[in-house]
Design a protein around this ligand. Structure first.
Ligand code: AMP
Length: 392
């Protein structure tokens, strides 16, 4: 039996463990902060000896790219199944990630490393007033980011000069992401591009598949394939992009399963968690089919409600975490055979129950309405290409 160890004990590893069990792969999770092991989907942590190095595992993977304690990664450096050291070194720091993309000739928003206010002024001189500052490491879900729109820019007091990048604020039409997987032979498969909506830097909903301009899927796949090839990466990777004037600019890469791929649990023939395990365990990397139109809605800072289990055409994924404001606690995948059906299901959800800020559901509705062209489904701008892709 193939054995996989995940560094990290959050919901992504848990969903990987559930997928792995369907494939006969043993996947356990290491809680690096407490140095405990969670076997399969078990919630019960088992303490580990301090010199434990997971020798029994064939492959070591991660569910996050930031490990504040470098010793955790160093502990696995000499593990023959841990191939991620390079990738994490390159991607976990925004400065290195942006430089890597520049070297590959893949477009991102203009940027520079910020040591002092002169750097901010220089970037403003090149790209205009609107800048976003980001901590080079450790920020996620909008944390460690600051907006600047001041002709006399200052480095925020909470930011660490030198450990910071500034980017041009992109006036994007929309945000999209591509999730793909690569195996050891270099074969790649991709899911369709999806559209994402963020609030305060945190993903609130994904609409899948996304509305595509001609050639956009192929362009995105080419970008992500080049990235994964350059890193000789194995597993699932997500590429988040801005679409600006029809052009894709990479915002961020995640060397792992990703929140914007959660829709695949209900909307694709193989979900991203299974695809990741397949890639790692050298199992067939079958091209995933999109089986349903899906809206993924994150449940943020809201207590569990059994009523979620009683909603039609909706599947709940609850992570079992302690409820805290602003924390991702679960997600709902609302689905339909067509976008019109999905729209109806979302409207029913909106009327019946509003667990999160209803603006989030409203935003998913707006995206679908825009895509369909007509809220009530009368045929203004239908999407033959996409509907056909789904029915095939
Ligand atoms: P990030 O942590 O880099 O993924 O950023 C979180 C969210 O903040 C993104 O999904 C965007 O909604 C927004 N954002 C980040 N960087 C920029 C940028 N350069 N221009 C416009 N919006 C941005």
């Amino acid at each position: 039996m193939t054995r996989v160890l995940v560094l990290g004990s959050g919901q992504l590893g848990l969903m990987m463990a559930a997928a792995a069990s369907r494939l006969g792969v043993q996947l356990d999770r290491l809680d690096p902060e407490n140095w405990t092991l969670l076997r399969g989907t078990s919630p019960t942590p088992e303490p580990l000896p301090s010199d434990w190095r997971g020798e029994a595992y064939d492959h070591v993977t991660v569910e996050r790219e930031h490990f504040p304690d470098r010793a955790v990664l160093q502990a696995f450096d000499s593990h023959p199944g841990f191939k991620l050291a390079n990738t994490l070194h390159c991607l976990a720091d925004r400065r290195r990630q942006k430089s890597f993309l520049d070297e590959l000739g893949i477009a991102t928003s203009e940027w520079l490393t910020v040591r002092d206010r002169a750097d901010l002024a220089e970037l403003q001189h090149r790209v205009g007033l609107g800048l976003v500052l980001k901590a080079a490491t450790g920020g996620y879900d909008g944390r460690g980011q600051w907006r600047i729109n001041d002709p006399q820019p200052e480095v925020p007091a909470e930011a660490v000069p030198g450990q910071l990048i500034a980017e041009r604020v992109v006036a994007f039409e929309r945000e999209v992401s591509l999730v793909g997987a690569r195996n050891r032979r270099g074969d790649c498969v991709f899911y369709p591009l999806v559209e994402n909506e963020h609030r305060h830097g945190m993903l609130v909903c994904t609409i899948a598949p996304g509305e595509l301009a001609p050639g956009q899927q192929a362009e995105a796949e080419d970008m992500l394939r080049r990235i994964m090839d350059a890193l000789d990466y194995v597993g699932v990777m997500a590429m988040e992009c801005f679409e600006e004037s029809g052009r894709l600019l990479v915002n961020e890469l995640a060397p792992r399963v990703h929140n914007s791929g959660h829709w695949t649990q209900e909307g694709a023939s193989i979900d991203q968690f299974e695809m990741h395990v397949r890639a790692l365990a050298n199992l067939p990397l079958t091209v995933p089919e999109t089986t349903r139109n899906t809206a993924m809605l994150n449940l943020v800072g809201t207590a569990f409600d059994p009523a979620w289990l009683d909603l039609g055409k909706t599947r709940l994924h609850w992570y079992g975490k302690e409820v805290r404001p602003g924390r991702k606690l679960g997600h709902l995948n609302v689905y339909g055979a067509t976008n019109h059906a999905l729209l109806d299901n979302l409207e029913a959800l909106m009327k019946r129950w509003d667990p999160m800020d209803p603006a989030d559901i409203q935003r998913a509705l707006d995206i679908l309405k825009r895509d369909i062209g007509d809220a009530r489904g009368e045929t203004q701008h239908t999407r033959p290409e996409r509907e056909q892709r789904i029915s095939n």
